[in-house]
Design a protein around this ligand. Structure first.
Ligand SMILES: *[C@@H]1O[C@H](CO)[C@@H](O)[C@H](O)[C@H]1NC(C)=O
Ligand SMILES: *[C@@H]1O[C@H](CO)[C@@H](O)[C@H](O)[C@H]1NC(C)=O
Length: 227
């Protein structure tokens, strides 16, 4: 019984180790934040306002007002840490319908552009994506984790140039397999030694117990002689 318990705990230690190794492999992210890196607008749409209210918006989400963007033809750059960042979060390979708009005092807001924001658009390895629309705006978005959302399925045209990068995960897999096997072997050796030790101790205990029992019997016999 004890031995089985011990084997079970070893097995769970080994599986924990495997879990730890494989959860560290790249390509397992579940979401990636998108921040605005820079923007320049070439027009404003509302005739009644002296300063425009520019905002970014993805369908089904809240508007993100860009509080600093007030002037035409000025390049605004951001660190990604501003209070209104990030703009949105991409959860899978799927795109989101997003856009940049100009809030209108009267009637519907004006659209600079509306497009599909896709994780695949962010270039590796820097994670930048530039959206440019003539006479409207030029914006650069930043999402370093987006490439891992797309995860190992680059479009066929990029396959050849990606060969160098693809070697890396293989090396990680091989290294971690070697590490895991070594761990299992070491664990088995230690386990076997431990088991031998336990067995020896149990045998010794049983032996001592036998001695004590025969001593007791002799004592009793001796007493009987005296009486
Ligand atoms: C949108 O804003 C409201 C109120 O400001 C907030 O309660 C809600 O959680 C926001 N939704 C998202 C998706 O951020
Ligand atoms: C748009 O902005 C980016 C970053 O500032 C710049 O590298 C790029 O050349 C610009 N593109 C155009 C067409 O102005």
């Amino acid at each position: 019984m004890q031995n089985r318990c011990w084997v079970n705990s070893r097995v769970s230690v080994v599986s924990l180790f495997f879990l730890a190794v494989f959860s560290c492999l790249p390509g397992q992210l579940s979401s990636a934040v998108v921040t605005l890196h820079s923007i320049k607008i070439y027009v404003t749409h509302d005739w009644f306002k002296t300063k425009p209210t520019i905002y970014f918006h993805c369908q089904g989400e809240n508007k993100t007002i860009l509080p600093d963007v007030k002037e035409k033809n000025v390049l605004y750059t951001f660190k990604g840490e501003e209070s209104w960042q990030p703009l949105t979060e991409l959860e899978s390979k799927k795109c989101k319908r997003c856009g940049i708009y100009d809030e209108d005092l009267f009637g519907a807001d004006d659209t600079f552009d509306e497009w599909e924001l896709c994780p695949a658009d962010f270039t590796e390895p820097d994670g930048n994506y530039t959206r440019f629309k003539e006479k409207e705006f030029n914006a650069t978005f930043f999402c370093p984790e987006c490439s891992s959302l797309v995860g190992g399925q680059p479009p066929p045209a990029v396959l050849d140039s990606n060969l160098e990068e693809k070697k890396f995960p293989y090396a990680v897999v091989i290294l971690s397999s070697v590490a895991a096997s070594t761990f299992v072997i070491v664990a088995l050796i230690f386990g076997y030694k431990y088991w031998l030790k336990r067995k020896r101790q149990q045998e010794q205990a049983r032996f001592l117990q036998l001695f004590e029992e025969s001593d007791e019997i002799e004592d009793e016999l001796g007493l009987h002689h005296v009486v």
